[in-house]
Write a protein of this length. Sequence first.
Length: 347
Amino acid sequence: MAGAAAMADRTTLMESEAGEAADAVARMLDANRATFARIAARLVAHPPETVITCARGSSDHAATYAKYLIETRTGVPVVSAALSVATLFDAPVVPGNRLVIAISQSGRSPDLLATVALHRRAGAFVVALVNAEDAPLRDLADEVIALSAGPERSVAATKSYIASLAAVAALTGAWAKDATIANGVAQLPDLLRAAWALDWSAGVSALAGADNLFVLGRGHGYGIAQEAALKFKETCALHAESFSAAEVRHGPMAIVGRDFHVLAFGGSDRAGASVRETATEFRARGAKLLLADPVAADAELPALAAHPAIEPILMVQSFYALANAVALARGLNPDAPPHLRKVTETL
């Protein structure tokens, strides 16, 4: 049994759309080459003091990835905007030399738009990563990076999230003039196809009857741990919490014992080593551990080795096939979770 098709009894929109991620990323990169270069040139000429990310849901998990990548490659602090500051508290923003990165599939949530508008009036340079071609967010941005993922009909965002990660990596690589990231990004379409074909079926039987789950990552991989926990909740009706492999030691690890489920995303860098160390400890306690890792010989789930900043993008591609299969194994339709809509408009 190999790859995504082998893990599902029937094709869902979630599965088919996630499987389009490689093509979506290829389109996104082709469509935005000049845009990445232009934004990077502007940021080099006028370095921002701070980067503010504006996003919710899966897009906010892409913003977490952006935080680690931008801070480690440029040294510029990155913080996440609390969107309710603009919509519920009507609080002003002190003017300053800031970069605002707004990430959204639909680009139309009122709190996102209000926050971006507020920061732009305070002098921020606004870059929008958006998928919908008619998104109002586009009109508020100084530069638009079109995610080019195409229509996404499943409630669960997949290919648009992966396109967001790839766009963040491409932009950061250009800004930091980091050829190693640029080379990794150029290989992403082919690597994503290979990641989609990996066999993660071991996770289906392990999680089909689970009630609670920790999802661990660290560094560049923390954002995909957040995304995986969200997907378990919304598509599998499985309660999951995401933690940094460091943060989980500050209290939460007390409940990890025999038969407690843990999914861990490792990697080939020092952050990945930290995840493996935590996974080893939890295994020793009798936890039901699923480790996805490109270098660990005892990993239950295979992963591809690449640039450490690219590996998390490949692992979340493989994960989407697993989440889809777990949902089906639990008798659920991952395309239409109860009480959720594709576009969530919050104030």
